[in-house]
Design a protein. Structure first.
Length: 300
């Protein structure tokens, strides 16, 4: 086998998330300009124009992702994108790279993150959340301990020191299919079960590499990651003023990139709330919104 390359950065995105990559790429270029890593994007539906713009920011390879057909899984996780599971493919890629960093597309890179590659000394590194693993599943899973820490899979570093890495991708898909009717946070739950199944020591990533916007001093973090329905483009950017994400997005639009087309904090506050101030927010308060609508219909 030829000598392995040192490192790769892997992301995944559908066409309607190209704008998010349009913020991540400038962050890599600005804050880690000397980072010697291949950039790889698993994609589904990104336009040729957006690919060209992204490549003008940083050279990258696009790989079409094909999710294995499984009807039971599709029904169980219909609110998630198939691209959530393309991170499973990175374990195969350890035949070519010594270390591989997965980054979710909904992040903001604020500082040089080159030293993150010093982790995964024992094969894998993830940052813990303030929750237990049980939150990823709707019911107990036989032979697994759901009272353990829940590790966020949005920033994931692996190395070829991981034992049996050649078998992990297939195991991840098979376990996902097997537990389809139990999954609440699909890829993250299965990645966490990997830690119990293959028993690698998790060389934990510090919070600064995967920091939620509501944590203390998120502006001092290396990577900010809103691992929740609220994102920079729909909520946090307006509520917490992460100006760098906004600047990256404006530059993306200037370059001709596809815009974000979903509901925004501005739309909700300026339009809906002006019509009926008591109406709950659909992202932050979905349960209250349902009760609100049912009550309005009842009283109509």
């Amino acid at each position: 086998m030829a000598d392995k390359k040192q490192r790769a950065i892997v992301l995944g995105a559908t066409g309607n998330m190209a704008f998010a990559l349009g913020s991540v790429f400038p962050g890599i270029k600005k804050h880690s300009p000397k980072l010697n890593a291949d950039l790889i994007v698993f994609q589904e539906g990104i336009s040729d124009k957006d690919k060209e713009i992204l490549n003008s920011i940083l050279p990258c390879a696009f790989i079409d992702y094909s999710f294995p057909e499984n009807e039971q899984l599709k029904l169980a996780i219909n609110r998630y994108s198939n691209l959530s599971f393309c991170r499973y493919e990175m374990f195969k890629m350890l035949d070519e790279y010594k270390k591989i960093l997965w980054l979710d597309a909904d992040i903001l890179i604020q500082k040089d993150f080159s030293d993150i590659f010093n982790y995964a000394r024992t094969g894998i590194s993830l940052a813990p959340e303030d929750t237990k693993l049980r939150m990823c599943f709707s019911k107990p899973i036989e032979n697994y301990d759901l009272t353990r820490k829940n590790y966020n899979s949005g920033v994931l570093l692996i190395s070829d020191k991981l034992s049996n890495y050649q078998n992990i991708t297939e195991w991840l898909y098979n376990k996902t299919f097997e537990l389809a009717d139990s999954l609440k946070f699909p890829d993250q739950g299965i990645i966490n079960l990997l830690l119990q199944e293959f028993k690698p020591e998790n060389d934990e990533l510090p919070e600064r590499y995967n920091c939620h916007p509501t944590k203390n001093n998120p502006k001092n973090a290396v990577i900010v990651h809103p691992y929740s329905p609220q994102k920079f483009w729909s909520w946090y950017n307006k509520a917490y003023q992460f100006k760098e994400w906004d600047d990256n997005y404006k530059q993306w639009l200037t370059m001709g990139g596809s815009p974000y087309t979903g509901i925004t904090y501005d739309f909700w506050e300026k339009v809906v709330k002006n019509i009926d101030y008591d109406c709950p927010h659909p992202i932050r308060q979905p349960g209250k919104l349902l009760k609100f609508v049912l009550k309005r219909l009842k009283n109509a």
